[in-house]
Design a protein around this ligand. Structure first.
Ligand code: SF4
Length: 227
């Protein structure tokens, strides 16, 4: 499989936030979100076998724990990624899969925790979510809306209600989008929607969703890779 990087850091944007995690970042993506902070994954990377990837995961975190499969869009390499996830589960790891929601989810092993984006209009790829994927969501999965405007917030609110996401999934996360050219200060001034404003909207509407912040962008310099 084509790998951009494998590294250990803290999980930054789900209900696993703050826990140590090994990230396996795969190359390539078929979407082009306006605020994408992972454009460096679109090309390049290194070809690695399943054994090479798992041995690197073991080296970084030998005693089990969290492994997140991410990208790019990891399911573009489904043929290689499905056996990788199965192997990591067999090896005793808790496996998270971060995916755009555009690729079919039906073959993902049921014990994987899926963190699935639903792209909002301001992403520029707002129609990309594969509605059939709603049939493959369980209580261990999380749906994430990255929100760049009030329009995005209203889309996320309506989509959550219309598809009963709070009862279908374990967690629905509304997360302010970060400016993709953010650098320098480690604070929320780089968010495209003020988290305070987003919190106010959620509370005013009485939604049962979780406000998510990308904590890695507040802990480390926002333009750093591999953290
Ligand atoms: S799906 Fe993810 S990697 Fe692909 S363009 Fe959007 S934000 Fe970037």
């Amino acid at each position: 499989m084509q790998i951009i990087e494998i590294y250990k850091s803290l999980q930054g944007e789900s209900s696993f936030t703050g826990l140590p995690c090994v990230f396996v970042r795969l190359a390539a993506c078929n979407l082009r979100c306006n605020w994408c902070d992972s454009e460096y994954t679109f090309t390049g990377g290194e070809k690695m076998s399943l054994e090479q990837v798992t041995s690197e995961v073991h080296r970084l975190m030998a005693s089990g724990g969290l492994v997140e499969i991410t990208g790019g869009e990891p399911l573009l390499q489904e043929r290689e990624v499905l056996p990788l996830m199965k192997q990591l589960i067999e090896d005793g790891y808790t496996v998270l899969l971060e995916t755009s929601g555009e690729r079919p989810l039906m073959n993902v092993p049921p014990s994987v925790f899926k963190i699935i984006d639903v792209k909002c209009p301001d992403s520029g790829v707002g129609e990309s979510f594969r509605l059939a994927n709603l049939g493959f969501i369980s209580k261990r999965d999380e749906l994430k809306f990255v929100i760049a405007s009030r329009t995005d917030y209203e889309f996320a609110r309506e989509f959550t209600a219309q598809h009963e996401l709070l009862s279908k999934s374990g967690n629905v996360i509304f997360s302010p989008a970060f400016r993709k050219d953010a650098k320098g200060s480690r604070d929320v001034s780089h968010c495209l929607v003020d988290p305070q404003e987003l919190a106010k909207w959620i509370l005013e509407d009485g939604l049962g969703v979780r406000l998510g912040l990308q904590i890695h962008k507040l802990i480390w310099e926002p333009s750093l890779k591999g953290v």
